[in-house]
Design a protein around this ligand. Structure first.
Ligand SMILES: Cc1cc2nc3c(=O)[nH]c(=O)nc-3n(C[C@H](O)[C@H](O)[C@H](O)COP(=O)(O)OP(=O)(O)OC[C@H]3O[C@@H](n4cnc5c(N)ncnc54)[C@H](O)[C@@H]3O)c2cc1C
Length: 344
């Protein structure tokens, strides 16, 4: 690996952004390729880092280590680029059913990220709800789009970003370089890592103008209402495995508007609709590291629904592996698929 001194990074989503940042910081010779794709996952993410998720409200994998790491990493980026992208927030979880309330009440006894909201009546002016309100605290929200755009500008100024699709011809051209694929769901177009158990899913969101809703929280019932820019809110989402394309669908907008109407008492206006594919996989663990046979080819991918927290942490591990042969977490290292990858 180290003999390949130039490092090509394919993709400037969250993964490619952090990997290029860590390698450049250590003085490496880096060239990034990114094909502009407005609905790439990183361009439509709500940017939320939530320590407990799912119906069972359990801690997400390695969150005690990954969340503080990610926040420090985004704050370091804030300093470096002189931007403001990190906000601490919380999620107010309006229990949709009595069972969900019971489940939350059980979990709150043992989970320090969970609290019960006592003053529930004050939210009646904004929302319809029949059960209690739980709180997840702390959560974080990152303005990923601002970060990516500012970093893109920085790379362009340094003349180390090519706004072009990276193709098989480029692989031949850069065969003496280390090439790291941070290309999200597009990864399967190359033959090197496409046997990894990718399971992309489609997610959509509506952007709604809502005035007079306090902006310091994220609100959740059967949909999440997340502060977006100015007086706008990101409303979503869904997880669709059987999709025909990555475009906004009428079915989603009708369904999500119904949910919004039954939850929110305030007037709103839909101003946009996003759809894209999450680079998810069957194991729900990232794909990080180097190909067992084509040793100059690496990957940082498979971030699924949690790229905002996972990408900084694993980009750092991959950079440390490239620079100092530091180990990659065994549950993330693509070495675990060495058998499958060796067949390619
Ligand atoms: C609706 C939705 C909501 C989400 N909300 C959250 C959230 O709140 N919190 C969270 O943690 N995660 C969230 N996610 C998931 C998160 O967005 C992803 O995990 C993350 O963005 C993945 O980043 P990435 O850089 O690995 O891939 P991507 O964002 O897909 O970036 C890949 C980049 O590579 C480029 N590329 C691909 N192929 C080529 C090529 N051949 N040549 C050049 N460039 C190429 C693409 O154009 C793109 O810019 C959400 C996702 C969706 C869809």
């Amino acid at each position: 690996m180290l003999s390949h001194s130039k490092i090509i990074i394919v993709g400037q989503g969250i993964s490619g952004t952090f990997l290029s940042y860590y390698l450049l910081k250590e003085g490496k010779d880096v060239l990034v390729f990114d094909e502009i794709k407005n609905n790439a996952s990183s361009n439509i993410t709500s940017g939320v880092i939530n320590p407990v998720t799912g119906r069972r409200i359990v801690r997400t994998w390695m969150i005690e280590e990954i969340m503080p790491f990610a926040i420090k990493a985004y704050q370091a980026f804030e300093q470096f680029l002189q931007i403001n992208i990190v906000h601490q927030t919380n999620i107010l979880d309006f229990h949709p059913t009595a069972q969900m309330q019971l489940a939350f009440d059980e979990r709150v006894k043992e989970e320090t990220y969970l609290l019960n909201v006592t003053n529930t009546e004050s939210w009646r002016q904004f929302f319809n709800y029949d059960f209690g309100i739980g709180e997840i605290n702390p959560c974080w929200q990152i303005n990923i789009q601002h970060l990516l755009q500012t970093w893109r500008k920085h790379l362009l100024e340094k003349e180390i970003l090519i706004e072009q699709k990276f193709t098989q011809e480029h692989i031949n051209e850069y065969k003496d370089c280390t090439i790291i694929f941070c290309d999200g769901v597009a990864n399967t177009i190359f033959p090197f890592f496409n046997l990894l158990p990718f399971a992309p899913n489609k997610g959509e969101s509506l952007i709604a103008e809502i005035n007079d809703l306090p902006r310091k929280n994220i609100y959740k019932q059967s949909c999440a209402i997340v502060p977006w820019k100015d007086n706008l809110w990101w409303v979503g989402s869904n997880y669709e495995w059987n999709y025909l394309n990555d475009l906004p669908s009428k079915e989603f907008s009708t369904n999500m508007e119904q949910k919004l109407k039954s939850f929110l008492k305030l007037p709103y206006k839909i101003v946009d609709h996003f759809a894209g594919l999450r680079p998810a996989n069957l194991e729900r663990r990232p794909f990080v590291g180097f190909h067992p046979i084509n040793k100059n080819l690496g990957i940082l991918n498979g971030m699924g629904t949690k790229g905002c927290s996972l990408a900084p942490y694993f980009a750092h591990q991959l950079a440390a592996n490239i620079l100092h042969q530091a180990p990659i977490h065994p549950n993330a290292d693509v070495k675990r698929f060495a058998g499958i990858l060796s067949k390619q």
